[in-house]
Design a protein around this ligand. Sequence first.
Ligand code: SF4
Length: 70
Amino acid sequence: MVEQHASRTDRREWLRTAARWSALGGLGVLGVGLVARGGDCRTDADCCQCYLFARCGLPQADDARRRTQR
Ligand code: SF4
């Protein structure tokens, strides 16, 4: 009984730790994305090939979206 309780507690703690690290990773990715598109575009990539294209609000991305809609 005590071992089952300890096992459940360990599992919960492991899940909490995994959730924390996942959230931290998500924040890191978000931070990198914000830095990459903050102010000026710092990539040499074509906007249509850029992983930020869907969320990017820079004028270059807007132009690329207009070009692809034609
Ligand atoms: S979508 Fe275009 S403007 Fe925006 S970060 Fe990417 S390459 Fe730069």
